[in-house]
Write a protein that binds this ligand. Structure first.
Ligand SMILES: [Zn+2]
Length: 254
């Protein structure tokens, strides 16, 4: 998922027989993945925050602090993160360097988690909040049971909760071709990709909701987590208009 720009993850709680779904929105790779130029990164962040505000939806933004390290732009990129906190949203740790646990020694990975909270932990504290959310890059939770277990223990000791997701919609594939179209000035193609993305996302929402309803006992609360790419506000606004009720990750879970 190296090509993704921002990754929206939604955790939905669906009770059988209950029409409304509750979705917890999260966005990965803040302040911006894909080595976006500062102006573009600002545009994407501001657009998403405006869409969230319009929908009255809270969200968690998962940060790679390593993405701030751009010569001469550190402070301005850091201010993008602050704008999330100022808008009332939470930040989460997504490791400093977006490491892949499948090919990184556990100790190196753990150090990268600690390195990834140096700025966001005090930033959250400044807003009277605790840093609690962690998401594994690439959703790789450990190549062996032992590594997975040891990392979970480490996270627990550091006060983290893992924020998973369960709806996959190949968002990064859409992202890459959409961005290519925009850069070539092919607006019409970009529009078609946008429409295809939104259709596909809706299909995947439905698929995973049905799957959860089939697999879990009647009356059980179903935590669903959806992965969806946000190319920018054009994807955020329609999604927020069609999905249901929004909440933070912890309140979406049983
Ligand atoms: Zn990521």
């Amino acid at each position: 998922m190296h090509g993704l720009i921002l990754f929206l993850v939604a955790a939905a709680c669906l009770c059988r027989g209950q029409a409304q779904r509750t979705v917890a929105l999260t966005f990965d790779d803040l302040p911006a993945a894909g080595r976006l130029p500062l102006a573009e990164a600002r545009q994407v962040n501001e657009g998403i925050l405006a869409a969230l505000k319009g929908a009255g939806a809270p969200a968690v933004g998962f940060v790679n602090e390593g993405r701030l390290e751009v010569a001469g732009e550190f402070d301005r990129r850091l201010s993008l993160l602050r704008s999330w906190v100022d808008a009332g949203h939470d930040l989460g740790n997504h490791t400093c360097s977006h490491l892949d646990l499948n090919n990184t020694p556990l100790l190196v990975y753990q150090n990268d988690i600690l390195k990834g909270e140096r700025l966001i932990r005090p930033m959250m504290a400044g807003a009277g909040k605790q840093l609690v959310w962690f998401r594994h890059p690439y959703t790789h939770t450990g190549p062996t049971q032992q590594i997975k277990f040891n990392l979970e223990l480490f996270l627990k000791r550091k006060g983290y909760q893992i924020a998973p997701f369960t709806i996959e919609n190949s968002d990064w594939l859409f992202s890459d071709v959409w961005r290519d179209a925009i850069r070539r000035g092919e607006r019409e193609a970009a529009g078609r990709i946008q429409a295809a993305y939104l259709d596909y996302t809706e299909t995947m929402f439905g698929y995973f909701e049905r799957l959860a309803a089939e697999r879990l006992p009647v009356g059980a609360e179903v935590p669903l987590d959806a992965g969806q790419l946000l190319f920018g506000p054009w994807a955020t606004e329609p999604l927020l208009a069609t999905a249901h009720r929004y909440c933070l990750s912890d309140t979406a879970r049983p």
